[in-house]
Design a protein. Structure first.
Length: 177
């Protein structure tokens, strides 16, 4: 997990490196051990005032597709540089009005050991058609927990950042004379 300072430095690097005008605004830069995700705002299309919801949705989808194709070379150049510098893959996404779309992003395998009662939860989700496999069921569970515990997870991440800062000030961090 990145400290707040590392996160700010990463965001600053992208803000300084992205070509002018690529995004209206850089809205999110997040990272974990494997991946950096960069998301920016792009302008909403302006369909006719009497456009149906389906027309508006189609216009947004097309705007996102057009942006993705038009900016591919610029984004790839930035990604290559960032991947070399930070040792992580770079994924891209956009916000267009209320919509958020990710272009390419990693799905990293995570191994875990589960007891029978925990496996039964996953198997129930598979049997009910909520998920296609135990792996999908576990991902579904993680998304559900995240959605319902965002405040708690934010507090936990802040606490971990504080622990990292305290470690950095510890006796092993001091230079001996």
């Amino acid at each position: 997990m990145l400290t707040k300072q590392q996160q700010e430095e990463l965001r600053g690097w992208f803000a300084g490196r992205l070509p002018d005008g690529l995004f209206e605004e850089l809205t999110e830069v997040s990272a974990d051990r494997e991946e950096i995700t960069v998301i920016g705002r792009i302008p909403e299309p302006r369909p006719a005032e009497d456009a149906s919801p389906a027309e508006r949705e189609a216009a947004v989808r097309r705007r996102i597709e057009e942006f993705r194709e038009r900016t591919r070379q610029d984004r790839m150049a930035v990604a290559r540089e960032a991947e070399h510098r930070f040792g992580r893959k770079v994924s891209w996404g956009v916000r267009c009005g209320p919509h958020r779309a990710l272009f390419t992003h990693l799905a990293a395998p995570v191994m875990t050991r589960l007891r029978q009662s925990e496996r039964q939860v996953l198997d129930t989700l598979v049997a009910a058609g909520v998920a296609r496999s135990r792996s999908d069921a576990l991902a579904w569970c993680v998304r559900l927990v995240k959605r319902h515990t965002d405040d708690w997870l934010t507090e936990l991440r802040d606490s971990l950042e504080h622990v990292q800062q305290v470690r950095e000030r510890g006796p092993d961090a001091q230079d001996e004379d």
